[in-house]
Design a protein around this ligand. Structure first.
Ligand code: ADP
Ligand code: MG
Length: 463
């Protein structure tokens, strides 16, 4: 009886510490809006970098020709070619390939990583069918989606500020990633030029706008998390030089690095952060995104095994391995609807080598997944609400005249149904019934690839 009491106590304490009542979410949203202002005011003015993307026009639908995209962002990278047909025709043809990144390349040298990417690109080009029509004598053009914080000074260049999401390659930091890729392409004999360097949020926003003219915000919830939105140029004091003709600029928030005293953080989060590759950074990301949710659950289970003997007298050795419990597995357990929670039992056995778990134990695991996922999803919703506030799209006056579309993508959003539903419900809760009618979330399925190709088209050297 003692061990169940202790397990229940740990669970209850976690639930309290992870609590996200509406009032707290409003504080988080307000803090997000305040930090957005600060980040736009001056370089280094906030934890939110609020990076200028140099995208001052989003796709119109007129883009035409064959363009390529390369998406490097976390677990996999994708290469894509699209044939854009211009007005009315849209995307006439597209092909893509997906390759996982060998873990050793994520912490090796810059040349190794970029050579690997360029070599995959070379393979992709060599398999090109003749159903893609690139005019003779014309160099291939690429939109490079690079989902890490980059300081840009033009649409086709930018230096890496720092790696996130498990990447750590010192010699890339401070380098222009377009130069790094271009040199690797030359080494690998790939005849291609980078016409646009974009963050995945910017790519997703561009792809989202291509399919819906009301798209003004993009949010990624995958391995990591980030958001981008369309800002008025006049509201960006740190934007120097001639103002863009459109009067607008897309901002890459790098919201994964958001942090506020209003965020509900637990002992598990502090320990995870302290032991991470980037302590003190990406705190919002570490409680909302796919790389970390499963790991938080593992840490709580470890404590329960240790202090409440949840899995017997000793802590199962596998349970002590960081990142062994991945978020897709957590999601599968969370979604288990079988009466005996068979999926939970199987996952505990297969991943953690814990066999013969009781139904009671399995229920604790599901409840734990629920607490961690709910906190993440509700905080992500608060973040979106913060952007809507900053844009002035949270009031009824705006809502009457303007629809707002939020383009969302990423494996977590796409596959973790309970997380996604909770996020969308929470956003509606924060917006209220009337205003939520004018605001919709749309899944932009791999929009960032198409988006990057579209931006390569609108920034083509042949225009
Ligand atoms: P990336 O963010 O690496 O560019 P994705 O957008 O495809 O790539 O997201 C992959 C991430 O999404 C994985 O690292 C994982 O955390 C999460 N994910 C993938 N599948 C699932 C799933 N079934 N349930 C929950 N999370 C998932
Ligand atoms: Mg991605």
């Amino acid at each position: 009886a003692g061990r169940w009491a202790r397990a229940a106590e740990i669970l209850k304490e976690l639930e309290e510490r992870c609590g996200t009542p509406e009032g707290r979410l409003r504080q988080v949203a307000d803090a997000m809006a305040v930090e957005m202002h600060a980040g736009l005011a001056s370089e280094g003015g906030s934890k939110l970098k609020m990076l200028i993307s140099y995208v001052d026009n989003l796709p119109t639908g007129d883009e035409e020709g064959v363009f390529y995209a390369l998406d490097l962002g976390g677990t996999n990278f994708r290469v894509l070619r699209v044939q854009l047909g211009g007005k009315e025709a849209g995307v006439v043809n597209q092909e893509f390939a997906e390759v996982s990144i060998p873990p050793n390349l994520m912490v090796g040298t810059s040349d190794e990583l970029f050579d690997y990417i360029a070599a995959e690109l070379a393979k992709f080009i060599s398999q090109e069918g003749d159903n893609f029509h690139l005019p003779p004598g014309r160099q291939r053009e690429l939109g490079f989606t690079f989902s890490f914080p980059v300081m840009q000074l033009s649409i086709a260049s930018g230096t890496l500020i720092r790696w996130t999401k498990g990447f750590s390659i010192d010699d890339t930091v401070g380098q222009d990633v377009v130069v790094e890729l271009t040199r690797a392409m030359e080494r690998q004999g790939v005849d291609m030029r980078v016409s646009a360097l974009v963050n995945d949020t910017i790519g997703t926003l561009a792809g989202g706008r291509y399919t819906n003219k009301d798209a003004v915000i993009a949010v990624i919830l995958g391995t990591g998390t980030n958001a981008a939105y369309v800002e008025r140029a006049q509201a960006i004091p740190k934007l120097h030089g001639p103002p863009p003709k459109s009067g607008e600029m897309v901002i890459n928030m790098e919201w994964g690095n958001f942090r506020s005293s209003h965020l509900p953080l637990t002992e598990y989060d502090h320990a995870l952060d302290a032991e991470s590759l980037n302590p003190g950074e990406q705190i919002f990301e570490k409680i909302t995104s796919g790389m970390y949710l499963g790991e938080i659950v593992r840490r709580v289970l470890c404590k329960m095994a240790d202090e409440a003997a949840l899995f017997g007298d000793t802590v199962p050795p596998k349970l002590r391995t960081p990142f062994i419990l991945r978020t897709p597995e957590m999601s599968a357990m969370h979604h288990d609807t079988s009466p005996d929670l068979r999926v939970v039992g199987d996952k505990l056995k297969d991943i953690l080598e814990i066999s013969n778990t009781s139904l009671k134990t399995r229920k604790v695991v599901v409840e734990l997944c629920n607490i961690v996922a709910t906190r993440g999803a509700r905080l992500a919703a608060a973040g979106v609400f913060g952007i809507l506030k900053k844009m002035g799209r949270d009031t009824s006056r705006e809502a009457e005249t303007q629809k707002t579309v939020i383009a969302m993508d990423g494996g977590l959003y796409e596959h973790y149904t309970t997380y996604r539903t909770c996020l969308e419900n929470t956003l509606n809760e924060l917006l209220g019934e009337d205003i939520s009618k004018s605001i919709s979330v749309e899944h932009s399925n791999d929009g960032s690839g198409i988006g990057a190709a579209l931006l390569a088209a609108s920034h083509s050297h042949y225009l």
